[in-house]
Design a protein around this ligand. Sequence first.
Ligand code: ZN
Length: 71
Amino acid sequence: MTNRCSRCGSTSFRADRSLGGRLVCSHCGTPAGQHVRSARRTSVVPRRKGVRVWVILALMALVLVLVVQSL
Ligand SMILES: [Zn+2]
């Protein structure tokens, strides 16, 4: 197995302690062995998280209004 970054093609890696000593690219930080395809899939997730954040914010605002009204 040749360690080569799937994103930028760099061959220099370093062990990242935050990832449990996993090898990550020293140029772009992509974990070794991670394919570009999976990186694209994860890029879809933040959109759903963004919607969820707005729902949580709306719920917090609703709770805040109820608390203010009860005072
Ligand atoms: Zn890289």
